[in-house]
Design a protein around this ligand. Sequence first.
Ligand SMILES: [Zn+2]
Length: 487
Amino acid sequence: MIRLRPRFQTLTLLVLLVGIVPLLAACGSTAEEDFVSWEPSDPDRSGSTPYPEEPEPHSTTESSGVVRAGTPEVLATPSPSMSNLTPNDLKRLQPNEIGWIPVMEYHVITTDPARESDPFVRTANHLRDDLQFLYENDFYVIPMRELVRNEITAPAGKHPVVLSFDDATSSQFRWISDAGGKRVIDPDSAMGVLEGFFAEHPDFGRGGFFAVLPFNCFADDTTSNTADDCTDKLTWMAANGYEIGLHTIDHQDLHDVSDAEFQRQVGENVIWVDERVQGAGNMSRVLVMPFGDYPDRHRHQEQRRMMREGFTYKGVDIKLEGALLVGANPTESPSSATFDPIFIARIQAFKESLDQWFPKFESGAISLYTSDGNPDVITLPTTIPADLEGQFDPDVIVKSGKKLVQYHPASGKVATFPHDAGKTARLTARSDRRVSTTVARGGDLPSKTHRECDGIQRGAGGLYVADNWGPQSAHDRTVCGSLCIDR
Ligand SMILES: [Zn+2]
């Protein structure tokens, strides 16, 4: 069956969870008053109405040498092309689209509570409870593709959440016969729980990302769930808003294999999914790393390069859109300056983990992504919360083709003026923090090599932790607030 490593090290997870809180707190706050909004250089890219012409902002050079822009013009009402939200909406909903996004991670679903001592097992009832908690706390389920492609469509005011399921045991999608002999989804399999919950809560979004192991493929020893039923299940899933992704062909730990084996493990899995899943549900360029292990960053740089830049296997071009860790915190927003699609963190759903994270979500102790409802506009408050330190870089957002809008959280008023490169440079220089971010980045956005953490120790369960649990040097400050993974 599933070849999981021996019991995941709960203790390690707890250490990580406890450790990240002071790390987040240590990052400090950078208040940005009277800040501004941005738009891409081509405001007509989607046929939207360009911004109204506005006066050139005044710039003054302060004694510190940091160039400050003058007070921007304030629009009484944002134009529809910027945001569909009025100042009142912004004040009420407080959108923040560089906030944290939980990617929930499930493995085996059971009806036997005794099995839950294993952190890889969650009861169907607790899965329902998790969904209920998320629903009651204004989360909205988005598909994985919206996260990795930065096309988040959660309604205004909602917090996006991605649901992910590893390994494809039959506990995740099992067919049973009802009283009339008709084939139905077992209501206590993950798919049964999801379908039941989505049906009762149509305003919760829907979706689930399944990292399918071909040798499992939801089969067991019952007659309705054979390996031959696999394609039917995948077809049904893709037609009903679910997504199928990669987990290698053999659940191979990719920490230390040859380049050819790396290509085979990923490539065969890609071909397998592509042959069976059509349409939006095919997410055969998103890889869940078995055991959370990445190719060793010293011995296997070529494989790391292939993960970022792609490779060709049996004539198929394979360029990953994302790769997922096993733990252990919410992920950065795709509009965050420190988001790295090849290292997307997840929250493993077991009691000790959720006892740490759910209260933080509920209390606002961490700054969740809160949507403005418009995937083409990235909306932020003028004051960046402390736990998002280092994650805001206007250039990153503008270069992604999005419009950037900032609003005053107390009034909801939006400020805006036209974007051009010169203004970007001046405004980027407005805070020391952003200056240092820009310098550290060295203009090398895609590779983000500055995020490499020195002094990595390989922890239990495939996780990597910096030995002193904190930024190692000035350039590593950009990882502050995120798990220091072996990037
Ligand atoms: Zn797995």
